[in-house]
Each structure stands twice: as C-alpha cells, then as structure tokens.
Write a protein that binds this ligand. Sequence first.
Ligand code: AMP
Length: 282
Amino acid sequence: MEIIKTALEMKKYAGNLRSNGNSIGFVPTMGYLHEGHLSLIERAHKENDRTIVSIFVNPTQFSAQEDLSTYPRDLERDFALIKNYTDAVFVPESAEIYPQNFSTFVEVECLTDNLCGKFRPGHFRGVATVVAKLFNIVRPDRAYFGKKDYQQFRVIERMARDLNFDVKVIPCEIIREPSGLAMSSRNVYLSQQEKEDAAIIHKALVLGREMIENGTRDSASVICGIQELLKSKTSLKKIDYVSVVNPFTLQDVDSIKSDVVILVAAYFGKARLIDNIEVRSI
Ligand code: AMP
C-alpha cells in the first residue's frame, strides 16, 4: 500500500492508474477506522480495479466548540487495518488541503437547512468543500459513503450532480455493534455504561419504523414514541433532533404517505451520536 501525503503525488498516482485503464474506487474518511469504514473499503475493492482511501480530519467541518483537537487518531493502526484492500492511502496535512489564503467553499443549499445542518452551522460547507477537493485530486470512478451519515450522503450526491463531477456516489449500509449501536469513531468517547445505554437509539428507531408499519401516519406520534424511549436511559444528556423526513429533500414530513427516513442526533455522555432508519411506504 502506497502512503501519499501531497495532492500533487496523489494526482500523479491516480492519473497513472487511469491511463493504464484502471477504475478507481475511493473512500474518504477521518480515520480511527472501524468495521463501518472497512465495509466501504471492501466494497470499493470488490467493485473497482484499484482502491484509494483518504484519512484526513477535516478542520473546516468542525465548529470552534466541537471536538477537532480530541478527535481520535491512530494512523499506524488504520494502515494495518486497510492494507489488504487498499492500493493507496492519502494522508495530507491540513496545510496541504488548506494553503494560506484559502478562500473557496462549496455550499449545498436546501439539503443542509434541516437536521445536522441546523445544529452544526458550517459543517456541511466544510464537508462539501473537502470532498470536492478530494474528488478533484483523486478523480475516482466511484466514491463510497455510509448511510450512517445520511444527510452527508445526500449532500455529496447532490454536489456531485450539480457540479458535474464524473463520479458515481454509492451509499453503503450502516454497520452496527451486536447491541445495535451504529459503529462510529466517536464511540470511544463512551464509557461502558454509556455505550450500553446508547444502544437504545437503534431500538427507538426500530420502534418508530414499526409504528409506521403498523399504521401510524402522523410523524408527531412517531417522534414522541422515540423520544420517550431515548429518555428512559440516564446517560442521555440531550436530544438535538428526532425527525421524520422525505429521503430526497430531507424536509420534515408531518403526515406519512410515502417512504421516509427517521433520523436521530443525541448526546450520550460527551458523545454526539447520529443514527437513522429508512422506512418504506406500505
Ligand atoms: P468518518 O471517518 O466518520 O468521516 O466516516 C467516513 C465514512 O465512513 C463516511 O462515509 C461514513 O458515513 C462511513 N461510516 C462511518 N461509520 C459507519 C458505519 N457504522 N456504517 C457504515 N458506514 C459508516
């Protein structure tokens, strides 16, 4: 596995692959990898001639109050985990991605108005900007994103279409702990008790889906049922949102008449956790 640190080197490496007729699968990450990331990388490996992974803790997607400085990092461990499925890993320094006087950002409108966009101002501007840069550097044929970050997937899908990136954005299923807790690098912030309590998020989402499958049509009742279950755990510190939205617009749905996604963002201990579940109309 090649370890590449500069954009120029990465462009050359990917350019060579392309001129030799190789398709490129790309998985952008912030590192501290777990089975969720590995599922994306293994899929990229299966569906493409070559696989490129990036590990970059992107400062522009964190606000001043957020966990940029404490975000978990362990590059050596990450390299060992991915080396069998990855041809090259791109690990730029911050100054490589954001040189002095950096002043161009990508804003995806509407899709970022609700959910995490509301609670993390500037977050998706940072995400869209760094992913646009990474797409330009790597120029992959396919890029893999986890549906755990459902809003992020929709934002990147829209950006790629709107800005004519020549890449297929591929959504991948959420990988969970046996308890149901969605895997996340931020789960290291949880104590054992908090981790056990946080498994309620998935149970609450399943309850919400069952309510809809059993005929509940008003989102308010579904949201209420989910909130009650979350509040049964003492480690729950705060709920940012429980929302029932249209999968394509990400706008709130009041009366459920077609497919929806239920999304949760909540703090357990110090960790802000997100999760979601797709519900098909019956
Ligand atoms: P991150 O390193 O958290 O920025 O995540 C990098 C990619 O891995 C994103 O596309 C995430 O959606 C995806 N990802 C993170 N956790 C999971 C998970 N539990 N299941 C599936 N994909 C995930």
